[in-house]
Design a protein around this ligand. Structure first.
Ligand code: SF4
Ligand code: SF4
Length: 299
């Protein structure tokens, strides 16, 4: 079984052509700008959409564990008490409650992926495995990749790069494309902000660049006050040039994950930040050229 938070068909980003993207549950990082914070926990996560909620109280009545309370119309949810029975979700007539995380067998996922075979063929597309961090469910990942390759599908992994090199070596041969993040070259700053082991991430980049240089795209989400300064962006381009990585995608910050943070009852650290202007990053296209790298803005 593989626990998935979302399945996106006809996706046109995160790899070439038209794609089906499976979002895996579980992540060892905790980037405060994350667009998919509901993927972090390995367990299903309750999302409450206040815009749809009419404060009818049906969910409170349905919960035998006292995890939901409506106090003066204010909805509160205690994750420690919740046993994920999903009765509240079933009772809500307004679809204001949903759970992120459903289990699928490998063959169920392959069947879903194969629904769009014609579109993949026409557009040179395929399947992208994203998250969360796909390596958190390594056994399932390995099995799924193998099954998708048996069907002749193009498989891309969107990944943090933060896991043991042994696991990477085990499946790297079967992967067609790695979309791998490098968020900062300063390991201490990276760890402080995200919990990632920067040395491990950079070692995995070096391994892929040495063995599969044609399969790797380095992605850098450009985040206000974390890595959006010229020195940090240049250091990532220099790392790519030195390591032999041919393409770097700079991904301008966007606050599209904000509503999920709110639905999870958590504060979004970038609530006052607007979408970054792509044009600010265009000068790095020419700088990349001079370093022998193709830089794309937005991927
Ligand atoms: S059942 Fe749905 S609409 Fe009613 S209070 Fe609960 S979340 Fe809101
Ligand atoms: S999933 Fe079950 S235990 Fe959790 S809040 Fe809903 S009704 Fe209560």
């Amino acid at each position: 079984m593989i626990r998935i938070t979302n399945i996106e068909r006809f996706a046109t980003h995160d790899g070439p052509g038209i794609r089906t993207t499976f979002f895996f549950k579980g992540c060892m990082l905790h980037c405060p700008w994350c667009s998919n914070p509901e993927t972090w926990s390995s367990s299903p996560v309750l999302l409450h959409d206040a815009k749809k909620c009419t404060s009818c109280g049906l969910c409170e009545k349905a919960c035998a564990n006292g995890a939901i309370r409506l106090v003066n119309g204010q909805w509160t949810y205690d994750r420690h008490k919740c046993r994920v029975c999903r009765r509240c979700e079933a009772e809500c007539l307004n679809d204001a409650i949903s759970f992120s995380g459903n289990d699928y067998t490998v063959s169920e996922l392959v069947t879903i992926a194969k629904k769009d075979l014609d579109f993949y063929e026409e557009s040179q597309g395929g399947v992208t495995l994203s998250g969360g961090e796909v390596f958190m469910q390594f056994e399932g990942l390995r099995e799924l990749v193998h099954a998708l390759k048996k069907e002749g599908l193009h498989v891309a992994l969107e990944t943090t790069g933060c896991y043991s090199n042994e696991k990477l070596k085990e499946i790297a041969d079967e992967i067609d494309l790695f979309l791998m993040d490098l968020k900062h070259t300063d390991a201490e700053k990276l760890y402080e902000a995200t919990g990632a082991d920067g040395q491990l991430v950079m070692d995995n980049f070096r391994y892929l660049a040495d063995h599969y240089p044609e399969k790797i795209i380095l992605r850098m989400p450009v985040i206000p006050r974390f890595n959006d300064d010229e020195e940090t962006i240049l250091s990532v381009l220099d790392f790519a040039a030195q390591t032999g990585i041919a393409e770097v995608d700079l991904l301008p910050f966007h606050p599209l994950g904000k509503s999920k943070w709110i639905q999870m009852g958590r504060r979004y650290a970038y609530e006052n930040d607007k979408m970054m202007d792509k044009e600010n990053l265009y000068p790095y296209i020419q700088i990349g050229k001079e370093k022998g790298i193709q830089v794309k803005v937005g991927g």
